[in-house]
Design a protein around this ligand. Structure first.
Ligand code: PLP
Length: 395
């Protein structure tokens, strides 16, 4: 059996998205900037895609910028806020320790340019506290950036409350909503969001296309100079096929959200219930404040990497954390930010499921993971020492 359980890393392109994009790779290849009527189809499709995306997050079309993905959108939001801040003599930015590297590394680069960054601790339940944001704010704070849902553990943050506080203080508020788009409702007005990033390939559009939303009252600075595309804020001939596919996939995911989640949540809950029976295991992050599809667990005494390789051999695609950190031997910065010891953080497994998964596949995972964990523990000198009482169990 083949089971794809890594939907937080990427998803397959849906038939709807593929059907929407194909004409823009074939007969409708016009450049939307061209004036002749042949290119009109592209111009119109671009406007329609922008209106569709705007509608599904309750924004206005002129507040939507298409980018090359979630990473670019995060970069542009943060750098824009930083440049605006610098003009007013404000060079302090607030974010959290468990952000995606698209945010963390952008902030690191800004630090080298003389900005100051405060990264908030994440509590053991994987949820950032409004109180901590309040305590970190200064006169010279020019941005608060808190991710909507974490990509490794799936916990959802109090975005509306943080947004309301930032609004009151007049501080721009950005949220990386890449794990939420198409999976949970987003309303930028109700949730007090000034800037937001989405990525198409996390909701069944192709890789290489994303969205930056910026509230119309905030200035946007361009990262890429050139032509006047995206109202001068993102030069380069538009990725037409990707953009129409993103809009079609977002519409499809949002229109079917309730039905999809009614299918996904019981699968996720069964994974949590059954895999929690493994001795010396733990579920990472709040169960309550969680996206529908993501489960992250630690199993004491094993290496997450070995677990993944064995699961791969059994046909299961999973992850130990973010796709971006696998390949490095450091434990996940997300799990460490929850306060987990290194030894525990090393034995992590992320399963992220979507509406294309089936209960049979979940049963295959539930039958396989305990076997592999036991097998690995039997070979592990660390587990041996734990069992003999030579070192204390940490979970
Ligand atoms: C995947 C992801 C990104 C990066 O999006 P890309 O389109 O791959 O650049 C950023 N943030 C989060 C939370 C993600 O899960």
């Amino acid at each position: 059996m083949f089971v794809y359980a890594d939907n937080a890393a990427t998803t397959s392109v849906s038939k709807t998205a593929l059907d929407a994009m194909l004409p823009f790779l074939t007969e409708n290849y016009g450049n939307p900037s061209s004036l002749y009527s042949f290119a009109q189809k592209a111009t119109e499709a671009l406007a329609e895609a922008r209106a569709t995306v705007a509608k599904y997050i309750n924004a206005e079309p002129k507040e939507i910028y298409f980018t090359s993905g979630g990473s670019e959108a995060d970069n542009q939001a943060i750098i824009s806020a930083a440049k605006l801040g610098a003009r007013k003599g404000k060079k302090h930015l607030i974010s959290t320790k468990f952000e995606h590297h698209a945010v963390l590394h952008t902030l690191k680069a800004l630090e080298k340019d003389g900005y100051e960054v405060t990264l908030l601790d994440v509590h053991e339940d994987g949820v950032v506290r409004l109180e901590d944001v309040k305590a970190a704010v200064r006169e010279d704070t020019c941005l608060v950036s808190v991710m909507f849902a974490n990509n490794e553990i799936g916990t959802v943050q109090p975005i509306k409350e943080i947004g309301a506080f930032c609004r009151e203080k007049g501080i721009p508020f950005h949220t990386d909503a890449v794990q939420v788009g198409g999976h949970m409702p987003i309303d930028v007005v109700d949730m007090n969001i000034d800037m937001l990033a989405l990525s198409g390939h996390k909701f069944h559009a192709p890789k290489g296309v994303g969205v930056l939303y910026v509230k119309k009252t905030l200035p946007v600075f361009s990262l890429i100079e050139g032509g006047a595309q995206e109202r001068g804020k993102r030069a380069g001939t538009e990725n037409m096929a990707g953009i129409v596919a993103l809009a079609a996939a977002l519409k499809e995911s949002c229109d079917n959200m309730e039905a999809n989640n009614a299918k996904i949540i019981p699968m996720r809950d069964k994974l949590i219930a059954e895999l929690s029976k493994i001795p010396h295991s733990r579920v990472n992050g709040s169960i309550e404040h969680r996206v529908p599809g993501t489960v992250n667990m630690c199993f004491e005494g094993i290496e997450g990497e070995s677990l993944l390789l064995w699961l791969d051999a059994k046909g299961i695609c999973a992850s130990s954390g973010s796709a971006c950190t696998s390949g490095s031997l450091d434990p996940s910065h997300v799990l460490l930010s929850l306060g987990l010891p290194h030894e525990v953080a090393h034995g992590s497994l992320r399963l992220s499921i979507g509406e294309y998964n089936t209960m049979e596949e979940i049963d295959h995972i539930i039958a396989t993971v305990p076997q592999v964990v036991e097998y690995l523990r039997n070979m592990s000198p660390v587990w041996d020492a734990l069992e003999k009482g030579e070192r204390p169990h940490l979970i």
